[in-house]
Write a protein that binds this ligand. Structure first.
Ligand SMILES: [Cu+2]
Length: 164
């Protein structure tokens, strides 16, 4: 009987591990719940977003990203140009000392081109990040609904609106 309970407990733990937010630690960096917005099955592009906390006293820099799902993976930013928001490839993304850099829609993000495999809702796909100081960090990106917003982002947007 005890054995059966152990098996049940084990599968409960495994299941909760799959549905919970996931995070990664590497040296001074802490990456929280990497996610991607679900795209149509015919899409050639996708994007990934996450918070990177730098607990160190020195800046670290994201230099590149790579994923087996895409022919090409780029670091992107959104910029204002001629009164329009456009996205551009950037060489690097700084994570200032003792602060958090948020990659989110309309801001910095990781962009995937020439998708070899379009990630489906509920999937997780691998992403390798290369930082100047922390080096290589392997993470998995969870595919969320197109309407998904991280809790903290909703809070930030409410605060931004309150200021207007
Ligand atoms: Cu982009």
């Amino acid at each position: 009987m005890k054995k059966i309970i152990n098996i049940i407990m084990g599968s409960v733990l495994l299941f909760s591990g799959l549905v919970n937010a996931h995070d990664y630690k590497n040296g001074n960096l802490h990456i929280d719940h990497p996610w991607s917005k679900q795209v149509p099955p015919t899409s050639a592009v996708a994007a990934a977003f996450f918070n990177i906390m730098n607990h160190g006293d020195e800046v670290d820099t994201l230099l590149s990203a790579k994923s087996p799902i895409a022919g090409k993976t780029e670091l992107h930013a959104h910029i204002h140009e001629d009164g329009m928001m456009k996205m551009r490839e950037v060489e690097k993304i700084d994570i200032p000392a003792n602060s958090t850099r948020t990659l989110k829609p309309g801001s910095y993000h990781i962009m995937f081109f020439d998708l070899k495999q379009v990630p489906a809702l509920g999937d997780r796909f691998p992403l390798t990040l290369h930082f100047e100081k922390a080096g290589r960090v392997e993470i998995e990106v969870a595919v969320e609904k197109a309407t998904y917003k991280p809790e903290d982002q909703e809070k930030i947007e409410k605060e931004e609106h309150a200021g207007h």
